[in-house]
Design a protein around this ligand. Structure first.
Ligand code: SF4
Length: 380
């Protein structure tokens, strides 16, 4: 039993109190780039559609449009962008830490990682990603109320207010609905968010949950010096001390063969929590609001050691690319959600000059045409 998909209502304490067996010591492979993002069921190449992803990105970019849950649905991809996005000047920086989102970026496409982390190219806001941010905000703030007041109706009613709060913080999001003078698209978008929030009540019972943490920022430095960081949507701690990490996804649950991607993100968080607190989380839980599914995994120390080894290998590959300027594009059907096609060699574009110094080389580095050898599972 490595993973399970279930429709379940957790126990009151949120720790599942030992009702489930410990997961086997199987170490899920670090997913290949495309598969990783596809497996996330909702992707910006990070598999996330929420505020946390934007914060993790450290690029001030909003997370991206959700991809179809079914990887066999490439027709749902948006038309490729052919116009460069306006460039917002920001200083190039070397990667200094790794989050699940950025790890997923590199595995999907090293050049995408460069554009986001080093060049910090701007990306367009998306309605799906913004809706995810609003839904996450509701599910976080819902727990501010006493248990008895955490109702589906009350949560639905929070959606417009959370959207207004987000809009006040990020006025540029208004562009999502500039072509909607009658407000019809906005109304439908809000209704979709309300549906997602309401569906959560069919999966978990907030009157029986008292999270220990919500939107918890975690950060740790491994013995190797690699800094890991990220945001965990919810941390439940049972009276026994058992810890459950919970992540909300507004997309649909992936097919079982694609479950490793989102589980990799959760194991990343579990590794950070283990290093921070010395406790291996009892359970990792992904809550898919789009399809009404819960995916769980009970990690072991062996799992997390395996994740650490793979992250170190991934970080080595990132550091090599940073030093050489050799960031290779890797074309997949996920390119349909990439904002950077206009500057991507795979689509006839030219990347901006590499902004970091490369020993022994001057000027702009060409970007290799092949994606082989970078961002692949065999590297890690
Ligand atoms: S469009 Fe280019 S940069 Fe973007 S994901 Fe595809 S190959 Fe990578």
């Amino acid at each position: 039993m490595g993973t399970s998909t279930e429709k379940a209502v957790p126990d009151a304490a949120g720790g599942d109190g030992g009702q489930d067996g410990t997961g086997e010591a199987e170490v899920a492979e670090v997913p290949r780039g495309a598969e990783a993002a596809e497996a996330a069921g909702e992707t910006d190449g990070t598999g996330e559609d929420r505020t946390a992803a934007a914060r993790e990105a450290g690029t001030a970019n909003l997370p991206r449009e959700a991809a179809p849950a079914d990887p066999a649905a490439p027709s749902a991809a948006p038309a490729p962008s052919t116009t460069p996005l306006p460039r917002t000047p920001s200083p190039a920086t070397r990667p200094v830490s790794l989050s699940p989102s950025r790890a997923s970026d590199f595995m999907q496409c090293p050049l995408l990682y460069r554009f986001r982390v080093i060049d910090k190219l701007p990306e367009k806001p998306s309605a799906a990603a913004t809706r995810g941010t609003v839904v996450h905000a509701v599910l976080e703030r819902l727990f501010d109320a006493p248990a008895g007041q955490r109702t589906a109706g009350g949560a639905r009613a929070m959606v417009p207010g959370e959207w207004e709060k987000l809009l006040a913080k990020r006025p540029e999001l208004a562009e999502l609905f500039t072509d909607d003078p009658a407000g019809e698209r906005l109304a439908a978008w809000l209704a979709d968010a309300e549906t997602l929030v309401e569906r959560w009540f069919t999966l978990e019972d907030p009157t029986r949950l008292e999270p220990a943490d919500r939107e918890l920022y975690v950060e740790t430095v491994l013995d190797s010096g690699l800094q890991l960081r990220g945001f965990i949507d919810r941390v439940d701690v049972a009276p026994t001390g058992e810890v459950r990490l919970v992540d909300y996804k507004t997309g649909k649950a992936p097919r079982p063969e694609y479950a490793d991607g989102p589980l990799f993100q959760m194991k990343f968080y579990a590794l950070v929590m283990w290093r921070l607190r010395g406790i291996v989380p009892r359970r990792l839980q992904l809550v898919y609001l789009g399809s009404g599914d819960i995916l769980t995994y009970d990690p072991t120390e062996a799992d997390l050691r395996g994740v650490e080894r793979k992250l170190l290998a991934l970080w080595d590959a990132i550091q090599r690319a940073t030093a050489t300027g050799d960031w290779r594009p890797r074309r997949t059907k996920l390119c349909g959600w990439c904002d950077h096609q206009a500057v991507c060699p795979e689509f006839g574009g030219t990347p901006p000059p590499y902004p970091l110094p490369v020993p022994g080389r001057a000027g702009t580095l060409p970007v290799a045409a092949s994606g082989e050898g970078q961002g692949r599972m065999d590297l890690v």
